[in-house]
Write a protein that binds this ligand. Sequence first.
Ligand code: FAD
Length: 287
Amino acid sequence: MYTMRPAEFDYHRPTSLDEALSLIGEEARPLAGGHSLIPLLKFRLSTPAALVDLAGVPGLGEISANGGLTIGALATHREVAESDAVRSACPVLAEAAGLIGDPQVRNRGTLGGSIAHADPAADYPTLLKALGATVSVAGPNGTREIAADDFFVGIFTTALNPDELVTSVSVPARATGTGAAYVKHHHPASRFAVAGVAAVVTVEGGNCTAARITVGGVTASPTHASSAADSLVGGPVSDEAIAAAAAKVPESLESPTTDAYASGEYRVHLAEVLAARALAKAFERAA
Ligand code: FAD
């Protein structure tokens, strides 16, 4: 019978990273904000033997800016949105964090939990791929760095091994003349992205010298719209160039998701419209 009660599990609250790493595995899953994990437990879609609560592990929520930006896995969306360091080093990330869910979700949900969960409709994965971020991971054999491009593997699937934890995410320093924007069409109830587009552009002497457009919510994991971005590079910045690039975005979106809320066709259309908006905003900021 459907009860909304999780199956029984043991609860651990380690006080160091090493202790946490000694506990986690296939059957003992890390718990951060619980905003995705607890519903999965209640629906019994996940029935781990134990939860390993990361809240007592020191240092996992720290945010530091030193040219680039490093954000600890346990930093909540609210902390990211309100952090002076994030606002100054990577304002678009603070802005995107402020668009996640509602105040309760932003107060509990964490950066590490969001990216480890890898919901195709989540906001951070799209933006982190566009920004060329790196995910720092710790496991029984030490630490490793995974480019965001390699981290998000598919729907609810990442490059993490079951015995590894995300410890932080780093975003490189912005090159001079770089602007970034993230825009989404949110689901009216959850505010998850039905489609979301991140654009990062660099402008020198009125010409676009680098561009990245990344689309989330439409495919199983965030997708770079590479032909669209490439069409901008080397040319002058103009409304026409933005419209032409946005029109090329659908070329990169294979097997778009259809669900009860939106068809794949509609999601692709949204991606094109949102790409034009994100690019216009990013170019404005680059100037
Ligand atoms: P948890 O639920 O604790 O964990 C999620 C998964 O990640 C679990 O599998 C857990 O084992 C694993 N995990 C957690 N931390 C780590 C770690 N450090 N290393 C390895 N694995 C780890 N998100 C959006 O992007 N945009 C939205 O608009 C949005 N709206 C939402 C609305 C509602 C009503 C709800 C409930 C959620 C919404 N979310 C949205 C998701 C939310 O942002 C949470 O961040 C996300 O659910 C997971 O973060 P968490 O900290 O709660 O992780």
